[in-house]
Design a protein around this ligand. Structure first.
Ligand code: F6P
Length: 523
């Protein structure tokens, strides 16, 4: 693919940016008071208001022209129809197939029957556990779930369970992600092994952290219930059936998914089992249905009105035309606190790349730093930086229209703060007292969910997945691989013998630092 920075479509955008130079967002509002509705777009019930971005309808047209020039419409079709869009790993990326009911063929094989079978198995297990039909080895009902996994094998399920806490009426789920000596013990504290189901989620079933915790979980169960208890207490969700079986599980305890599902796109697969157990299979299916609705909208809506595509394109405008290096995720919903971590993996692991899909260095910046937190607590922490810092971040405000609890008055205050923050960032404050002045002209998108329920959450996450896909396509990088994470894993393997007190050829810097750690471990 030709380079991005020199393309006529991009050059047209830069000329447009230069023509708009010096124009503040507040002036764009004065020029066109109707820009609110003109720059608000819908996706599966969610509305995205781009009117506080430094854009006009002309910017949208030019961004859409860029997307066309970069082949976005054809790429969307390739994604949905099972082409090998993950070119560096020679695989399709068919997370969308997991939530739809369309026939998708890969190498002539229709994937729908296997996907439907997997969905049915997940439904039966989740319901069986919730109804007390699936019992532990001693006949106890399952009351606890330990969900083992890391990265995409935990971020999505953890976000979904937390976000849908209001509907989580099944066994309590706790997550074990890290290979920290305390993590398993902390999570298992107070759980009765006889009433606990351990779900080991790992696409590869070789991830060191997850396998380490799986071993600890097995020992914990065996110590309490004996080795025969394992089939009643351990389930695997994996794309590597052989490895999962080697762990000593009967075939029926392994819930497979295809290797055409990337780790960070796997919450829709059997990796979502903890979610289905916590909220029920029916609500889990609503999560899938919401994502499917966003898929249909993404695939069928012209780019000019396509909310997910525009989310991506406005992000490119901010990153590449306006030079904004970081992007803040600001959910005004306590239960969506984990959205930031989820999007960090989704966007930064997908598009944190410096070469294009053919391996050529890119001639532009790719994924910004994604960060954020829970609002309003963030207002009392890092919003100072957003309003008066020397750097500018683009922001996504995520707002839920209906209250998430009984206290309507609290929700009204929450809403007022969300609306105030985006206005304050845009308008700023002009005053001769320089320490009080806020420069304003800081851009944000606000997305409004009618309510925080499985359908809308599914739609929101799918929309962000499509954002990452469109950005990857425009930048020309492969959003479905993550080779950058491998180097550290290899070096950790080389260092581990020395950490354990044995021999290893260490870099002098590592040798020095390990010495410091060992000294302090004896202090
Ligand atoms: O190390 C990165 C990564 O491969 C992620 O892409 C993935 O979500 C995570 O590790 C966990 O991998 P797995 O599901 O194979 O255990």
């Amino acid at each position: 693919m030709p380079q991005f920075a020199t393309s006529p479509a991009w050059q047209a955008l830069l000329a447009h940016r230069d023509a708009m130079a010096g124009k503040r967002i507040s002036e764009l509002w004065e020029d066109d008071p109707g820009r609110g509705p003109a720059l608000t777009f819908k996706c599966a019930g969610i509305e995205l208001d781009f009117s506080k971005q430094r854009i006009t309808t002309e910017t949208v047209s030019l961004l859409v022209a860029l997307a066309r020039d970069r082949g976005v419409p054809a790429a969307i079709e390739r994604l949905f129809t099972g082409e090998r869009v993950n070119v560096t790993e020679n695989r399709p990326a068919l997370h969308t197939a997991l939530r739809g009911d369309e026939h998708v063929r890969v190498d002539g094989e229709d994937l729908l029957p296997e996907i439907q079978r997997a969905r049915e198995r997940l439904r039966v297990l989740a319901q069986g556990v919730r109804d007390g039909l699936w019992k532990g080895a001693t006949g106890e009902r399952i009351r606890h779930v330990l969900a083992l996994g890391i990265g995409g094998s935990s971020l999505g399920p953890r976000l979904a369970i937390e976000a849908l806490r209001g509907e989580a009426d099944g066994p309590e789920v706790r997550f074990v992600e890290n290979i920290d000596a305390a993590e398993f013990d902390d999570a298992a504290k107070g759980f009765d092994p006889a009433a606990t189901l351990v779900i080991v989620a790992s696409k590869t079933f070789t991830t060191q952290e997850t396998m380490g915790n799986a071993q600890v979980a097995r020992d914990w169960l065996v110590a309490a219930l004996g080795p025969e208890s394992i089939p009643k207490h351990v389930i695997a969700a994996s794309a590597n059936f052989e490895e999962a079986a080697k762990f000593g599980l009967p075939e029926c305890n392994v819930f497979p998914f295809g290797d055409y599902v990337g780790g960070r796109y796997s919450v829709w697969s059997s990796v979502g089992l903890p979610v289905a157990i916590a909220i029920g299979a029916q609500r889990f299916e609503q999560l899938l249905a919401g994502a499917h609705a966003a898929d249909l909208a993404f695939r069928s809506t012209p780019l000019e009105h396509n909310a997910a595509a525009l989310l991506a394109l406005v992000g490119i405008w901010n990153r590449n035309a306006l030079g904004i290096p970081t992007h803040a995720v600001l959910p005004y919903a306590s239960r969506m606190e984990h959205l930031t971590a989820y999007l960090q993996q989704l966007e930064m692991e997908s598009n944190g790349k410096r070469v294009d899909a053919e391996g050529n260095p890119v001639d532009f910046e790719t994924c910004p730093v994604v960060w954020g937190g829970k609002e309003t607590p963030g207002q009392h922490a890092f919003h100072q930086w957003l309003h008066q810092g020397t750097d500018i971040a683009s922001c996504d405000f995520i707002v839920v229209a209906r209250p998430m609890g009984e206290r309507k008055d609290h929700h009204e205050i929450l809403l007022a703060h969300a609306l105030a923050q985006s206005e304050a960032l845009m308008e700023g404050l002009a005053t001769p007292q320089t320490h009080k002045a806020c420069p304003g002209d800081r851009m944000s998108t606000t997305m409004v969910l009618p309510r925080l329920d499985p359908h809308n959450l599914g739609a929101l996450l799918a929309m962000y997945e499509h954002k990452a896909f469109v950005q990857g396509t425009v930048w020309g990088v492969n959003p479905f691989d993550q080779f950058g994470v491998e180097l550290g894993k290899v070096i950790a393997g080389q260092i581990l013998p020395a950490v354990r007190g044995g021999e290893a050829a260490l870099h002098p810097a590592t040798h020095h630092l390990l010495g410091v750690v060992k000294k302090l471990s004896r202090a």
